[in-house]
Design a protein. Sequence first.
Length: 139
Amino acid sequence: MYKKILVAVDGSENSKRAGKHAAHLAAISKDTEVTVVYVSDFDEDSQEKVHDGGQLEFELSRKKKMQSIREQLELNETFYKIEVMHGRPAPVIIEMANEGEFDLVVIGSRGLNPVSKILLGGVSQKVVNHSHCPVLVVK
């Protein structure tokens, strides 16, 4: 079925459900590889906070956001890797999906920031419109 699945997570409930769906799809075929991507969208203020001693807090927050998908993938004995990227989520996810030759992208329908959908058009919508492979949007 799918050999390479990219799942984008941000810690939102929809992204947790997306991770769960990706884990179930990967369990169907034992040779499926899952790449979990978390894209950190820093602005200058956030970078300043990290440099002022917030790096540990950032790392703990990031690990907590990915814990549920990590547990699900390990439960299913699925081969996976985690990528932490920095930048604007939609372009980073699209670039990874297209350059990594993934068979499927799994993403939540809404992230942590409901205002971004109004201002930016929504990350999942951009990924659907610009990825070269099928995209599963999970509610």
